[in-house]
Write a protein that binds this ligand. Sequence first.
Ligand SMILES: [Zn+2]
Length: 408
Amino acid sequence: MVAKQGWKFLREPSSLVARIYKEKYFSSVQFSKASLGKAPSLIWRSIWSAREVVLRGTSILGADSKVRCKGESSNDSEKSELWKHIWELEVYGGCKHFLWKAVSNTLPTRANLYKRKIIEDPLCPICQREEENVLHALWSCPAASDVWGEMLSPVQKWRLEEKDFQQLWLRMVKRLTKNQIEITVNIMKRIWGRRNEVLFENKFMDPGKLVQNALIGWEVFLEANKKTCDTVREVSSISKQGWEKPVGNCCKVNFDAALDMVNKKIGLGIIVRNNAGDIMAAVCTPRKLVVSPFLVECHALWRSMEVCRELGFWDIILEGDAKNVIDRVNSATEDESEWGQIITDLKTVLGRCDGWSLNFIHREKNGVAHFLAKMALNLDEERCWIEEGPIQIEQLIVKEKSCITLNT
Ligand SMILES: [Zn+2]
């Protein structure tokens, strides 16, 4: 992940993060020649140490290419790889059979029925423009491409480069994450289902609704199947509540802390998003247990402010669910109670930046930060993602992003 950040520096030197780091750590040289420098931050240190991997760039890019056994023809190995992959997907049985039929070109499309002399017209029953083969029905028919163009579609901006569906599927396997593939298969199955509804019931579902139903169906399946790790379960329960986007051009920083008394650890979680709901940064910080839960929350706020300063976010709303800490930091009167000095320090750092403010929100609206804090409990050292987040929060981010669109 960190190597990917470094890769970004080489490939997109104009990105916000690349510019910030360049100015700070390698203003006069290229990233490849950058030195660690004096008092490097944790984030810079990890990007810097992954530099070697980045500079071997090709090896990262080639990492997902499959190793082929001796004597196996490329075609055979590709095919068995294909089937194996389909059976391993976490989608319901009906989806796998459907996909199998699509990939092996045995789906009863008009073109296939025409070839078997069952019908006389191979034209697509929806658009009536082209013969309805698998690729047309599931991908290139205007009715299908409307669905793929939806915002929550994992293949939203893809163009068609393939001649048949199997090739398209191979590209998906290569380019998408496991979750994205599973969602894509669910959508595909519904596109086929909708095509049958048009044909036999004269009904036509709106593309946005179709995608939403596919997402819900996928989550319900994961939950019902009990194969879900805690992460996904938690993601779907949190996602019923909404995160609220910041107003104007500022970013919102949600932070939270988690406690593990048994292992004597605390976890801090920080997520920075812009007003479109896109991730600007995500941080998971494990720490040794501190004496009071109040202090744990102070740590989370403190680390959030450090991260924002380091990444150059000057216009932000910090949001947390620790009411006692936030009220005390926001209070105008001097804090002379227990931990008063720490509150005063937090006030000072917050007060230094005009564009920073701190708000309390309810737990349900702090889902991603809470999740990251719990994730941090399982880490040995801090992890930081820039302009992306760990895969485990992907679904939740997408959902909260979709809430924004629905609300506006
Ligand atoms: Zn069509």
